[in-house]
Write a new protein. Sequence first.
Length: 327
Amino acid sequence: MLFNTPLRIFLFVSAALFTLHLGAETRRDNAAVRHRILAVVSTSAETTQVRQESHEQQSSAQKPALPSDATAYVREVIHNELEMDARDHSHWRYRAHREDDKSNYDRDIIETKDGEIGRTLLLYGRPLSAEQQQQDQARMQKLVTDASEQAKRTRREKADSEKAEQMFKAIPDAFIFKYDGIEKGLVRLSFFPNPNYDPPTRELRVFRSLSGKMWIDPNQKHVVSIEGQLFQDVTFGWGILARLYKGGTFVVNRREVGPGHWEMVSLNVNMSGHAMLFKNIAVKERQTQTEFRRVPDNLSMTEAYHMLQKDSPVSANNQPVPAVSHR
């Protein structure tokens, strides 16, 4: 399932970048995120915490030998991620926080065989008013009962999945990786564009201006963290249609939330640029995902909807406490 893997990372990042170069005025509401998402946290603090937790889990384990070619090693890890994803049909319930320049909310999200559904818990850190609760209820009911809405979501998720998988698979070809040491039990690598890579799509052209670092769990062969930065402007249509400015960054952290099951737990995107000549656009988004609990694999959208209705509304005095990671 796409969003149980690092593919989610590239869906979010590519969605942020693609929004800029298309000149879209609004961001798509990835409320299922989930659709997994991302308490706002300090980027540096979150990264340190994730790596420390992974180190504590691995400190007594013997580190496997690494291939001499770092890019080949990353290709092997990505292949492992894709294989694990293909075998993983589990569904999860979690709490997602998301904030950007247009919204700030917390949701209780449940994955199902029909897609995801989530109930809004907080808006800008406050419990929903009676009117807002009615609006949120209507949104969920439409998702459950409206066949056209379900079909639209299915088509969108399929397109997102294909786009994200394409970007993820392209990484070993688009970048050259170099070993950069061992940090708290994780293999740290630096990456920069492969000058011989010819991106086949507009989204993948961003890779030519992106460099950064990646941290990998060497025992389970999973990506733990990725940090990326645009080291030069990215232009579309010679800069007339759109331009992403140098200095834009993103940071992604993942954890093992259940045996063999990894999820993205935080995402921070900070990009800016302009589209269609004069329109300035900023993509500043922070997301966190916490409190992962597995639910039945065959759960339907309707059953998930009823599960969300059984829980009491959140008030200022009963807001959930973030769960401790399994790692």
